[in-house]
Design a protein around this ligand. Structure first.
Ligand SMILES: [Zn+2]
Length: 464
């Protein structure tokens, strides 16, 4: 990372608002640093800290709801916990109040845990403090062009082929078997041993599905904490052709070095209990998104899908729960390599249909790209069996935020309106054992993922 003084200088040079002041890391700190006490933002609606009956989530007993005394007890427990260096200083960005401004603070790893229990959303920018700077500082104010998106139509040959030949191959049985396995790890917390094991299992599944298509490449994006992010790339037909003609023809070099644009479908593989040493099955958050996009990937691979315009990538990020760490690290490399990302969609929580509500797909409208979000709503209308509804999620809500920070266009779809989403997440109760947990609902997101791929990546409809 850059020294703090250097980052301050960059920000000063950009005459960023005075809200963007970066404090020096404190030399001495107590277990709960002063920085935490200064932050007062409305608590995240997911999480409850009072034990009054009205605060018990409807989805069941929330054994990890705490009052202040219990928090103090946990504080004592955490100090004894030998697993992690909880005093390590981290730089986070957080949104203050209803303002749009970001604020930067040095906090401890322990503070991050406490902030999460309080429902604060933040990005831990310690390892990628300058994400987005290169794009911002390039001539014209942005390295990449802004994309406009097609209007999906149910009368197109792409739509006809997708619904007739790709959708029937999706399988809730396969998805369910995968999610049972994936949520069976004690926790997929990114710094834990089982978090590493769950990543290795996911990697082996992705490789198994990719086997039928030799053009697909699978890469691990390594992280210092051990649970790696995973990138599966389906290259465009153009790239495959260029690669195969490479040795035969030295002709048009420009064409050969021309980089493919890429469309990205993402989910996060890690899970977290509010208290990282407690079990975190993470079936919905985000085992559901992980396995929804995994089934879309399986079907596209098995169908020998070759995108015509752009490569299609599936990303499974590590450490979303640590402050979007994995996705920032991946986005940083794409920014540095000047990768032309045409659009990114995040799927975080895809399974929950709250009792007595209509089944919908929530399309997040804050902190996202408006053009891509409009496209997502239209794609849901044409390609899914349930309607899209607009909803808001707040600052740094999931990994799409890393891509927009890097200067790319990103969007976010979720299981319902934010208000009707699963309240059992970040607890040992985030399992598939709820009447509201629906694999059919998850499959709507697999359909959306495929629609995103074929509409933006392009589809060469096979001739009969
Ligand atoms: Zn999540």
């Amino acid at each position: 990372m850059l020294p703090t003084s250097c980052l301050v200088a960059i920000l000063a040079a950009l005459s960023v608002s005075s809200a963007l002041t970066i404090p020096q890391p404190p030399k001495h700190h107590s277990t709960v640093s002063a920085a935490f006490h200064e932050i007062d933002i409305n608590p995240h609606p997911f999480l409850r800290l009072s034990n009054s009956p009205s605060d018990v989530p409807e989805s069941g007993v929330h054994e990890e709801s705490f009052d202040v005394e219990e928090l103090a007890e946990m504080d004592a427990h955490m100090k004894d916990y030998k697993g992690w260096d909880l005093d390590e200083m981290r730089l986070i960005s957080i949104q203050r109040g209803d303002q749009m401004e970001e604020e930067f603070k040095w906090v401890t790893e322990y503070d991050k845990i406490i902030l999460k229990t309080k429902g604060f959303k933040f990005m831990d920018i310690t390892d990628a403090p300058t994400l987005g700077m290169a794009n911002m500082l390039s001539p014209g104010g942005g390295a990449k062009k802004l994309y406009t998106y097609p209007q999906p139509s149910s009368n197109s040959s792409t739509h006809a082929y997708t619904t007739a030949h790709l959708y029937p191959k999706l399988s809730t049985d396969i998805m369910k078997a995968n999610l049972i396995k994936f949520s069976g790890f004690r926790t997929r917390y990114y710094r834990s041993e089982t978090g590493k094991q769950s990543q290795q299992w996911l990697l082996s599944k992705i490789k198994e599905y990719a086997q039928v298509n030799p053009h697909i490449t699978i890469k691990e994006h390594p992280h210092s904490w051990g649970q790696n992010s995973i990138v599966a790339r389906i290259p465009s037909a153009h790239a495959i052709k260029m690669k195969s003609s490479k040795n035969k023809d030295d002709g048009d070099k420009k064409k050969k070095t021309e980089k493919d644009s890429v469309v990205i479908i993402g989910a996060h593989q890690d899970s977290a209990n509010m208290w990282p040493f407690l079990p975190a099955p993470g079936a919905d958050d985000d085992g559901s998104g992980t396995t929804s996009i995994l089934d879309a990937f399986r079907v596209l691979a098995a169908s020998s899908y070759k995108p015509t315009h752009s490569a299609v990538e599936f990303h499974w990020y590590s450490a979303e729960e640590g402050g979007l760490l994995g996705s920032q690290a991946v986005a940083k490399v794409y920014e540095e390599d000047k990768v032309d990302v045409k659009g990114m969609i995040q799927m975080d929580m895809t399974a929950w249909v709250k009792k007595d509500t209509k089944e919908v797909i929530g399309v997040i409208t804050d902190f996202v790209d408006p053009a891509l979000t409009k496209f997502i709503a239209a794609a849901v209308h044409e390609y899914c069996d349930i309607p899209a509804v607009p909803t808001k999620c707040g600052y740094a809500c999931s990994d799409h935020a890393s891509w927009s920070k890097a200067g790319y266009q990103s969007a976010f779809s979720i299981e319902s309106t934010f208000e009707d989403s699963n309240k059992a997440i970040h607890s040992s109760g985030d399992t598939i054992e709820h009447p509201e947990f629906s694999f059919d609902h998850m499959q709507q997101f697999s359909k959306l993922a495929i629609a995103f791929a074929v509409e933006l990546g392009g589809l060469d409809v096979p001739k009969k």
